[in-house]
Structures are given as C-alpha cells and as structure tokens.
Design a protein around this ligand. Structure first.
Ligand code: NAD
Length: 356
C-alpha cells in the first residue's frame, strides 16, 4: 500500500514522541511491504514563531492533501500564563479540527495488565476495563458565540448543537458499538441543558436503527462518578464536546498515565492521530517523555485510516511485549521497577521497534 503521511509534531514533547511514532510507522512499512511517504508541517507555538500564525496556510494545504496525519501536541507556558494573548497555539488545533471537519474524537481507554499498579484506582476495580469514547469535536460551547458585556464584567459562551451534528457522531458510535460488546452509553445533562435535550432526543431516534445495541442515558455528573466506581460497566460512551473533554481526561487515570493514551480525530476526510497529552514543558528536552501514546496513535492510524488491522495489532502487541518485559518510562514506573528497566524516550522506542 502506498500512502502519504503528514507528520505534525507541534510543541514541547510533541517533537520528541512523534519522532518515535514515525520510526514505528517506518518499521511497519518495511516489515509489511508498504510505502509510506512523509512530509512535515508546523503548528502551534513553533508555527507562531516562524510565521505569526498557529496554523499556517501551507500546513493546512499539506493536511488536506495527505492520507493521514500523525500529530504531537501544541502549547507553551508563555500563553498559559497570559490569558490576554490574542494569538494562541490552541487556536491552531481548533481551526484544524474545523477545517478538516474532524467531528468525532475517539479515545480507546484500555489498561495493559502490566500497568494495573500504575493507576491510582484499585486493580480489582480496573482489571478488564475497556472503554471507547466518542467525543463530539466541532460543536458545543467551544465554537458558539462568546464575548463580554457590561463593560467586560460579564462573560458568556453559547453552546449550540444541530440535529445533524448529533446524528453523524451518534451513527459512528453505534457502528463501533456493534463491533464491540454492543453497549452504548450516551452522556448528557438533559435535566437542565437544552442542547442536551436535543442530544438525547436524537440518540433515542438513531437507537431505533440499531436494535442489537443496548442503549443507556446517563447524566454527566453520574458518569464522572461511575467511571471511577465501576469502569467495567462501560463499552462505548458518546458525548458532547465539553463533557467529553473532561470525562476523557478523568478516564485517562484508568490507564495509569496520560503518556499511554492515543486518540483519533475523524470526519469524512483526512484523520488526525495524536496522544491525548499536551506539550508537557516540565519535561521537554529531558529525553524522558513516554512515546507509547504516540506509538499507539500510529497503530490507530494504521487501523482506522488505512484499514491495516494486522499491522495495527502488531504495533499494539509490540507495546504489550515491552511492558511484559518490564520496561517502563519514568511516568509509568513503580518503586519496584528495576533501575535499569526505566528507559528514556528513544530507548523504549527501540524496544518497541525490535518487537515490531
Ligand atoms: P500535559 O499533558 O502536557 O502534562 C500534564 C502532566 O503529565 C505533566 O506533568 C507532564 O509532564 C505529564 N505528561 C504528559 N505527557 C507525558 C508523557 N508522554 N510522558 C510523561 N509524562 C507526561 O498537560 P498540561 O501540563 O496541562 O499542559 C501543557 C501544555 O500542553 C499547555 O500549554 C496546554 O495548553 C497544552 N495541551 C495541549 C494539548 C494538545 O495539543 N492536544 C492537550 C492538552 C494540553
């Protein structure tokens, strides 16, 4: 198979982990006889420094022309501490999602058995947890009208959803549930929020097309509690942008570390694959960032954008093999991990490559 992959490392540790993810794609191409052609583009703080824009036109053009995108992270402390900054790295991310029509964010939350102890939740609650989140990505309070009134003393953000926007993500989530344990939980706040009432109405209607999928509706506050109390009760969860943003970070603790979780943002065109973590400036340049989330993002890319299931599974088993052999990066090491098994970014990447 011949494909064009755009590498967009972004800021901070995005640069370090994406380089490792790309090496894994290279190894897969070599092993399975595919030809992956790469190009690279700027986004975020590095793009602002080079061009003044967090998403330069050239990057967007390359994105639209590629078959899939391996993405790192955006962000810089300079902007985090300056709420008045007019140009911000995150604007690049939001614009990319909008321009590429990436309306569904998929986050598989699955704990590797070897990491049961790395989570702050008890192993007996966690063992076997396997959740697939579908977070809506291009609507809600993030994209509605926002502003200030009363001389700047009152602020507002308007949340908006159309029937069409809910329908298209609902179908993707129901389709995925069909290939899994056939359970779908739709999360909203329909007791108080109007967009949530429309959300629930649409899910109920689409559910009629999927009689083989068992559907439940939960309020977001109850879901936040249930994820910690009994994560195994969930299979596929579908929810709106803001609720999904918060719940998926909470659920990342089920997997032990942000450094282990991959995500896919998909729509009807090019898909973007990225770790869920940010640019982590506290550890940038130290060579200790965990690249496994980027590697697992590459595995998602192979599966979802290219339909290469066997190749994707090979990468996931290679990661599993590295963990089984006892190797860890600092963020997932336990006090029992032998000193010589705590590896840096490149060294753990090499262990994955060997096993692919
Ligand atoms: P973060 O995910 O960057 O880091 C949170 C904590 O987890 C830090 O202590 C960090 O060292 C650790 N961590 C994260 N990824 C790791 C990895 N691969 N290996 C080891 N440890 C890891 O979140 P933050 O500190 O809240 O944000 C830092 C910057 O990233 C901010 O500017 C924020 O806006 C941005 N951000 C970007 C994205 C994105 O690009 N999708 C997502 C979240 C945050």
């Amino acid at each position: 198979m011949k494909k064009n992959i755009l590498i967009v490392p972004g800021d901070g540790i995005g640069q370090e982990v994406t380089a490792v993810g790309k090496k894994v794609l290279d190894k897969v191409a070599e092993k399975f006889g595919h030809e992956f052609l790469y190009d690279e583009a700027l986004i975020g703080h590095v793009a602002i420094e080079a061009t003044g824009s967090p998403l330069p036109d050239e990057t967007l053009k390359k994105m639209k022309a590629s078959d899939a995108i391996l993405f790192g992270a955006v962000g810089h402390p300079k902007y985090d501490n300056d709420p008045t900054a007019k140009v911000r790295p995150e604007q690049g991310l939001l614009k990319m999602r909008k321009e590429l029509g990436l309306y569904a964010n998929l986050r598989p939350i699955k704990l590797f058995d070897e990491l049961l102890d790395a989570s702050s939740i008890k192993p007996e609650i966690l063992r076997g947890a396997d959740i697939l989140f579908f977070r809506e990505l291009t609507g809600d309070i993030y994209f509605g009208e926002k502003g200030r009134k009363n001389d700047g003393n009152t602020a507002y953000d308007i949340a908006e959803y159309s029937r069409f926007e809910v329908e298209r993500i609902a179908r993707k989530a129901f389709d995925a549930a069909r290939t899994r344990r056939k359970k779908l939980c739709s999360v909203d706040k329909a007791n108080v929020i109007e967009t949530s009432r429309l959300w629930r109405e649409v899910i109920q209607k689409i559910a009629l097309e999927y009689p083989d999928v068992e559907v439940e509706h939960q309020f977001v506050d109850a879901t936040a509690m249930l994820l910690i109390k009994d994560p195994r009760r969930f299979d596929v969860i579908v929810t709106a942008n803001l609720f999904g943003d918060i719940l998926t970070d909470e659920a990342s603790q089920i997997a032990g570390s942000m450094g282990m979780l991959a995500s896919a943002s998909i729509g009807d065109g090019t898909g973007v694959y990225e770790p869920i973590h940010g640019s982590a400036h506290d550890i940038t340049g130290k060579g200790v960032a965990n690249p496994l989330a980027s590697i697992l993002s590459a595995a998602l890319l192979l599966d979802i954008s290219f339909g290469l299931k066997k190749e994707s599974e090979t990468v996931i088993s290679a990661v599993d093999g590295v963990l089984k052999a006892g190797f860890r990066t600092r963020d997932i090491a336990s006090p029992q991990t032998p000193h010589d098994h705590v590896l840096g970014t490149d060294a753990i990447g090499q262990e994955v490559l060997k096993r692919v």
